[in-house]
Design a protein around this ligand. Structure first.
Ligand code: 4AD
Ligand code: MG
Length: 477
């Protein structure tokens, strides 16, 4: 007999038909009502047992977490809260779950506790909803780019270059402990290592993606990236997924248009395709904010926030304008910022970004034309000689969600910049070749996928939107 999933059964109008479902017991009450969930939807289906005709032994084994198979008839529900339920004819225990040991009890668990049980946390409403939304969002990402003529490119995970020049890389080596050969001047001799050179896990696929933009025209990556930055915040992971479109013949204005259109499109997609999960997450967030009197109340619910982003223009502001706003802002004058803004050239911290978005403009903001010396080497220098064609998209509750730029396409300017920053020409000879053979204006950006999932689900901590987070001192699972 065909196994149905709970999502289809709850939608079904097949009253009185015999059905077969498999799933896990969420709760079992009065020796009669099983709330069954199979992961296909946030909703459980109620399965009603005729306990007088069910063996005592079987009833005892219907415990929270147990895997069961049920054959029964779909009927209109007598109780409130569901349209239909299953009148059980036959129940089979597929896998027991000892109720005294099973960590996921039918009660509220802290997120901290659930992180320690990350292998089971997808069995809770919150995490199943988050992970379904994450999955739908990644599909929406591919859909957007595929429908707009972009080519999906898989850039290397092991690489010899530091795309961001920030030195936050995890080294990849095949040397045995304490047995790395050394050169005459005492340094580790990587020419004898597996790849014959120093290698690391990639921090970004951008530089390789540029080779695709400069051949296929429009390309995007969607893959894992790694950063050994020791920042234990609610917005940083050591391993995260990045989406990096790169487009030939597109300038910074086009790049901003693309970022805005892309973000709006994928959020619109989940508003349409994740209704039940978003409704649940919306309520969860409202309750969380209510139960924590210290938390700042949002003016909008989660779904309202998503709709607001989809329906309104992002505000575009130059770095210079933003610095003026910040310098004259109340928190700056009252010394409320941890990093006070004194002068032009300061790097913006998350507190500044969030002030601009949440307090000043009250909408997503795209900042552009940053000082050259706080941005990466590959960004195109403006005619003023001190700013570059960079852009960051800033989001409420998140801060920076996108970082991108128009790339420096002029060979001479790029070489000079690399020299100034001590970036070796021989490391990036292939990147420089793009500027020698048929160079052209091109641009792209990187969006941190987990930060997008955070915004979409209203989860406060980035560790709760990736299945198995990697952070300093933690690589469990
Ligand atoms: O601003 P970033 O460093 O930009 C780049 O890597 C460029 N190469 C992208 C490009 O132009 N193709 O990183 C891009 C985004 C950030 O805006 C942020 O959303 C996310 O990646 N991000 C992180 N997300 C989670 N944990 C971290 N440690 C992150 N670091 C960056
Ligand atoms: Mg950045």
């Amino acid at each position: 007999m065909k196994v149905s999933n709970v999502a289809e059964l709850l939608e079904s109008s097949t009253i009185l038909q015999e059905v077969y479902v498999k799933g896990w017991v969420r709760t079992f009450r009065s020796n009669r009502f099983i709330a069954l969930n199979d992961g296909s939807t946030i909703k459980n289906i109620q399965c009603v047992i005729d306990f007088e005709n069910t063996a005592e032994e079987t009833l005892k084994r219907i415990t929270t977490g147990a895997a069961i198979a049920i054959k029964g008839i779909i009927v209109e529900s007598q109780g409130r809260g569901q349209r239909v339920e299953i009148q059980v004819n036959e129940i089979e225990i597929l896998g027991d779950s000892n109720p005294d040991e099973y960590p996921i009890q039918p009660k509220k668990h802290s997120f901290e506790f659930l992180r320690e049980n990350a292998h089971l946390r997808m069995r809770t409403n919150t995490f199943s909803a988050v992970m379904r939304v994450r999955s739908k969002l990644s599909f929406a990402v591919h859909k957007y780019f595929q429908e707009n003529g972009f080519n999906y490119v898989n850039t290397p995970i092991i690489t010899g270059s530091d795309a961001e020049g920030a030195g936050e890389m995890f080294r990849v080596t095949n040397f045995e402990d304490n047995k790395a050969p050394v050169t005459e001047d005492g340094k580790i001799d990587y020419t004898k290592d597996f790849f014959g050179k120093e290698t690391n896990l990639t921090v970004s696929g951008q530089l390789e993606a540029e080779t695709f933009a400069m051949s296929l025209g429009k390309a995007y990556t969607f893959g894992p990236t790694f950063r050994a930055e020791n920042s234990n915040t609610t917005r940083h992971l050591a391993e995260f997924w990045m989406i990096e479109p790169e487009v030939a013949f597109m300038d910074l204005d086009g790049n901003m248009d693309l970022a805005e259109d892309f973000i709006k499109s994928v959020l619109k997609d989940i508003l349409e395709n994740c209704e039940d999960d978003l409704a649940f997450l919306d309520q969860r967030l409202t309750q969380e904010e209510k139960s924590n009197p210290q938390a700042e109340r949002s003016e909008m619910s989660l779904i309202e926030k998503l709709k607001f982003v989809v329906d309104n223009n992002f505000k575009r502001v130059s770095y210079t304008e933003a610095i003026d706003i910040l310098r004259n802002s109340k928190p700056n004058k009252k010394k409320k910022f941890q990093f006070p803004i004194h002068e032009w050239g300061a790097d913006l911290q998350s507190e500044h970004e969030r002030f601009l978005v949440e307090k000043h403009f009250k909408c997503p903001v795209i900042l552009f034309d940053y000082p050259a010396n706080i941005k990466a080497f590959y960004m195109r220098l403006n005619d003023d000689g001190k700013t570059v064609r960079a852009m960051d998209v800033l989001f409420p509750g998140i801060g920076e969600i996108v970082g991108g730029s128009q790339r420096e396409e002029r060979y001479d300017v790029l070489i000079e910049k690399m020299k100034a920053l001590d970036i070796e020409e021989k490391e990036l000879w292939w990147y420089l070749d793009l500027r020698k053979y048929g160079t052209a204006v091109h641009s792209g950006f990187g969006l941190g996928f987990e930060r997008l999932v955070q915004f979409a689900t209203g989860m406060n901590n980035i560790k709760d939107v990736i299945p198995f987070p990697r952070t300093p001192q933690n690589a469990e699972f």
